[in-house]
Design a protein around this ligand. Sequence first.
Ligand SMILES: Cc1cc2nc3c(=O)[nH]c(=O)nc-3n(C[C@H](O)[C@H](O)[C@H](O)COP(=O)(O)OP(=O)(O)OC[C@H]3O[C@@H](n4cnc5c(N)ncnc54)[C@H](O)[C@@H]3O)c2cc1C
Length: 353
Amino acid sequence: MTQTKVLISGAGVAGAALAHFLHHDGFDVTVVERTPGLRGSGYAVDFRGDAFDVLAEMGILDEIQGHDTKMRGTTLIDTEGTAVGQLPAEAFAGELEVPKPELTRILHRVTEPDVLYIFDDSITTLTQHPDHITVEFERGAPRDVDLVIGADGLFSKVRRLAFGPHEACLRHLGMSGVGFTTDNILGLAHSGVLQQVGTTAVYAFAAADTARMSVSLSFATDAPTLDRRPRSEQEQAVRTAFTGRKWVVPQLLDAMATADDFYFSSSTQVHLNSWSRGRVALIGDAGYCAAPTAGMGTSQALIGARSLARHLTASNGDHTAAFAAYEAELRPYIEANQQTGREGAAAFGARTE
Ligand SMILES: Cc1cc2nc3c(=O)[nH]c(=O)nc-3n(C[C@H](O)[C@H](O)[C@H](O)COP(=O)(O)OP(=O)(O)OC[C@H]3O[C@@H](n4cnc5c(N)ncnc54)[C@H](O)[C@@H]3O)c2cc1C
């Protein structure tokens, strides 16, 4: 019997986990990733609920648990910088939190021997035929495959090619933020601090590397397009939102300007009536991002990957049935997480409609 050829766009958590399960079940898997190499960026990701079962099935639960950041909790800070309360570790770290680069490295290591990874390339066109799809790339030669899976994140290229423009399915939750690392000027050790003033919040924590701390500066905004603007405009929006703030905020704004790991992101959800079109399907943030305020992105990516792989295997080549079963199984879980994401943004004071 010929192997079903699957092309996955995106070597993030969803793409690597799906590659693992599909290869295990006898599929011929290729992953194309836009970046030139494995992404070493990111701070900490957390796991909740059934995600632990997925890690165990992949045989990496113990190793992942070995990278537990061991966060102890978060201190609430008032406008002047005085500690006024304490949040438990689970508030930000879920049931288990690990540095994102460690997760990425482990997922790649366990899949790399069996899966063809093509870095520094991206899909440019998808042409669906009755019995296959022709895929064209920015650099590589065209390929004919049986299925294409978009695991390429919030601004998925596969989604844009097969489902339509980003604007039709992205829902901005009215809040954005920047993240970066800087010297640990607060002396944090496996702990965090949170200062919320109006509709702005400073969150900083230090975990595995206590010489550095990760900082996030979040603010309510009605400007969803900031995500795709130059860094200078994004920094200006942050400075405007945090004007006049005391405590260490001025130092953090200075550190933001020189950070080489600066990233800007908005609390944005993906809403689609269907997660598949013909021979193309979506997983992870590409299909159903619940926004960082849900804290479920990594768990959804893992659970979605396992679900899709199971249904593709069980359907014996009937991808239409597999995609429908995957969606029927996962939708209630995703909708609950997206509700949590909206509530998180609303609690922050953001406009969620
Ligand atoms: C500020 C912030 C805080 C977060 N906090 C948490 C948290 O507390 N807990 C949690 O669980 N999750 C959190 N997340 C979310 C989490 O990081 C993601 O939701 C999760 O990793 C989803 O994985 P994914 O594989 O679907 O997408 P991604 O991790 O986005 O991976 C997509 C991959 O596709 C690649 N790609 C993109 N475009 C193309 C293209 N055209 N061609 C080929 N490849 C492409 C990307 O380079 C990337 O490697 C947070 C996210 C942000 C932004």
